[in-house]
Design a protein around this ligand. Structure first.
Ligand SMILES: [Zn+2]
Ligand SMILES: [Zn+2]
Length: 279
């Protein structure tokens, strides 16, 4: 099954309303939202494109099973939705969970379809699930965050077949819930190493509004400044919504901060190629 998308060069340039770059629907293991509901919102927003980035996880520790996606069924539905909403071009995305031992499987899945955009995320180490504040409490702040950031650093150094690093501060959010005084500043060296690797490999950093809204704006200002000072230019803004109510969650608020910090564009991807949307 192939996605029926014909994208003219002019269309790429004429994006007036940028889409959300990290979205889950019922094709992901942990979402029940329909694509149709999202398309209705995208249509009201006058968006040019719509993308979901469904989860692929091999032996996810939280469930002890693979999280897969029925792409044939999904693409069939996207092709129907394209007819119902002719002004919106659907794109095909994926959020792949990094595990060193699954790199071959990750590559096989990513190369098996014409994805427009690949997000790589680190959700667990194979032994530690970074989602839970309880896990952070049990390990202690330093051990938990050192393990987490080293895992992210290993991912960006080892794996290459992706466009965007998803929520680099996913584990930090759990530590923040567990320990009131935790500061990203205390992990600056390793965060810098992660950012330098992204910049060197010309990858894009995600601003994940779900994670940001669980932290505080100072955290965002701090790491975006750090990224910028290291030469980082490419960022995406994304909600990581699993329900339609969170589509483009708090985008206006975070756009304001991004602009204040001197960024003048956001990235989006078509056929794994990066484009600029000026803000
Ligand atoms: Zn994720
Ligand atoms: Zn996600």
């Amino acid at each position: 099954m192939k996605l029926n998308k014909i994208i003219e060069k002019e269309q790429v340039k004429s994006v007036k309303v940028l889409h959300d770059l990290h979205v889950h629907s019922e094709y992901s293991y942990d979402s029940e939202e329909t694509l149709h509901n999202y398309f209705e919102i995208a249509s009201k927003n006058n968006q040019t494109y719509f993308i979901t980035t469904e989860h692929i996880e091999y032996m996810f520790i939280g469930t002890n099973c693979d999280w897969t996606v029925d792409y044939d069924k999904m693409i069939e539905e996207l092709n129907k939705l394209q007819k119902e909403f002719p002004n919106i071009t659907p794109l095909l995305g994926i959020e792949v969970g990094y595990h060193k031992e699954n790199i071959e499987k990750m590559n096989k899945t990513i190369n098996s379809r014409n994805f427009d955009q690949v997000i790589m995320s680190v959700h667990d180490s194979g032994e530690v699930d970074y989602y839970y504040a309880d896990v952070a409490l049990k390990l202690g702040e330093n051990e938990f965050l050192t393990l987490y950031f080293n895992n992210v650093l290993e991912a960006v150094k080892t794996f290459d077949n992706y466009d965007i690093l998803g929520h680099f501060d996913y584990g930090f959010k759990s530590a923040y819930k567990a320990f009131a005084n935790v500061k990203l500043q205390n992990y600056q060296n390793i965060v810098e190493e992660i950012f330098k690797e992204l910049i060197k490999k010309d990858k894009t950093l995600e601003i994940n509004t779900k994670v940001q809204s669980a932290l505080n704006d100072e955290h965002l200002r701090y790491f975006l400044n750090l990224y910028k000072n290291l030469g980082g230019k490419n960022i995406t803004l994304a909600s990581d919504s699993h329900e339609k109510k969170n589509y483009k969650y708090q985008f206006e608020h975070y756009l304001q901060i991004i602009k204040e910090l001197g960024f003048n564009k956001l990235s989006y991807f078509i056929n794994r190629q990066r484009f600029d949307y000026y803000i």
